[in-house]
Design a protein around this ligand. Structure first.
Ligand SMILES: [Zn+2]
Length: 94
């Protein structure tokens, strides 16, 4: 099965003039790829997040969801205040 180059190699090949797209950024944030990515990819993502409000918001939401997943997995009690705040934000579509 033919698979694309890892994001790292692709980024290194394309160089500075080809920043990662929003689609690529959000895909990496949603997967575990970023944790294993090289410095160039992590740097590129950081720069992108500095410049792009959409991806910044997406990254913040993913972090929050990741926190819930951890709480759920570890059985740690949720902070009711945080849950209520997040629920309100989700329901308001923000
Ligand atoms: Zn973006």
């Amino acid at each position: 099965m033919q698979r694309g180059l890892p994001a790292d190699r692709r980024a290194a090949r394309d160089g500075l003039h080809d920043m990662l797209s929003c689609k690529e950024i959000t895909r990496m944030i949603a997967s575990d790829e970023l944790a294993e990515a090289g410095w160039w990819t992590r740097f590129s993502v950081r720069v992108h997040l500095l410049l792009c409000g959409h991806c910044r918001r997406y990254a913040a939401q993913m972090r929050r969801i990741g926190g819930w997943a951890r709480q759920f997995a570890t059985g740690e009690p949720e902070d009711p205040e945080t849950l209520a705040r997040v629920r309100d934000r989700i329901l308001s579509g923000d």
